[in-house]
Design a protein around this ligand. Structure first.
Ligand SMILES: Nc1nc2c(c(=O)[nH]1)N[C@@H](CN(C=O)c1ccc(C(=O)N[C@@H](CCC(=O)O)C(=O)O)cc1)CN2
Length: 287
């Protein structure tokens, strides 16, 4: 029997616990954690994610604000908003929804967000802290994947984990977290040779390539745990639907446990954003 790793259920438990921790935090420090979410443009998927983030923040007991800017916003205008949020003591976490419209410089914005308010964990200081095992603010998607893996497998020591993809948002931080959990880690990417053969060696396979159903059932070692990070919109029989980077039907006949799309990593990403917001608030009140 293949176990379905239910991201909706696990994330609901994370947010429920967080709501309790937030109450305790507010009672102790008299401060309500504040999250500011910035959305530039009108990408429909980003609008959904931002709406869900604000909703979850409210459910966790945070004060949250949404800042919407038009698609033709210039760099100076966005920089000015980020500076204003950096200087606002009621805001403990800042998130700028990605991707940004192409006229905007993403690395510049990421660097401009105060590192202690960077609840995405993308600022170079937070990336460095993660690489050296000292991170407080960890990128949300990889953090969510780790929670799912630990819930499914317990101790990950000695497992061979293969990460497919090397993005700054998922692949690289995922590899760092797996290494910290004492896994043997291999990262494969578009220039790697023998990707299929390497995937077949994985006890843990994390797929984060952004290519619909690229990873087939035959790439998976029997009994392996598969985490599918991909969220790809495809058209099938004239209907739009979401699929992951893993061919779910085939993979679930081979894997020991697998996360679905939708309902897997996506909800965990948002729950972990809430965890980071409370962490950021805690750090800022005790600084
Ligand atoms: N600043 C950031 N931008 C982006 C991030 C990020 O972590 N920080 N990650 C992604 C988008 N993302 C969060 O922002 C995200 C994507 C998907 C989901 C989700 O819950 N997906 C659902 C399906 C939703 C649907 O029906 O469309 C699921 O998988 O079940 C949450 C968050 C890029 N940008």
């Amino acid at each position: 029997m293949t176990l379905l790793i239910d991201g909706k259920k696990i994330s609901a438990a994370v947010v429920e616990q967080l709501a309790i921790d937030t109450k305790t935090f507010i009672a102790e420090f008299g401060v309500t954690p504040g999250l500011a979410v910035v959305l530039v443009g009108d990408d429909p998927a980003s609008q959904v994610y931002v709406r869900n983030k604000v909703k979850q923040a409210t459910a966790a007991g945070f004060h949250s604000t949404e800042h919407r800017l038009p698609a033709d916003t210039g760099q100076e205008e966005l920089n000015a908003l980020v500076e204003q949020l950096n200087n606002d003591p009621s805001v403990h976490g800042i998130l700028v929804q990605l991707p940004l419209p192409e006229q905007l410089n993403e690395p510049e914005i990421i660097r401009l967000i105060a590192a202690e308010k960077d609840v995405d964990g993308f600022h170079p200081l937070n990336v460095g802290a993660l690489a050296s095992g000292m991170a407080e603010l960890i990128p949300c998607t990889p953090m969510g994947c780790m929670i799912m893996l630990e819930k499914t497998l317990g101790d990950l020591s000695g497992k061979h984990a293969v990460v497919v993809g090397r993005s700054n948002i998922v692949g690289k931080p995922m590899a760092a977290l797996l290494l910290q959990a004492n896994c043997t880690v291999t990262v494969v990417h578009s220039r790697s040779a023998e990707i299929e053969a390497i995937c077949r060696q994985a006890d843990i396979l994390v797929a984060a390539v952004g290519r619909p159903e690229m990873i087939r059932g035959s790439w998976i070692k029997p009994g392996a745990t598969v985490i599918d990070v991909g969220i790809n919109a495809v058209e099938k029989d004239g209907k739009r639907r979401l699929v992951g980077d893993v061919a779910f039907g085939e993979a679930s006949e081979v894997a020991g446990a697998i996360s679905p799309v939708p309902g897997g990593v996506g909800p965990m990403t948002i729950a972990c954003l809430m965890k980071n917001t409370l962490t950021a608030a805690r750090q800022q009140v005790s600084a």
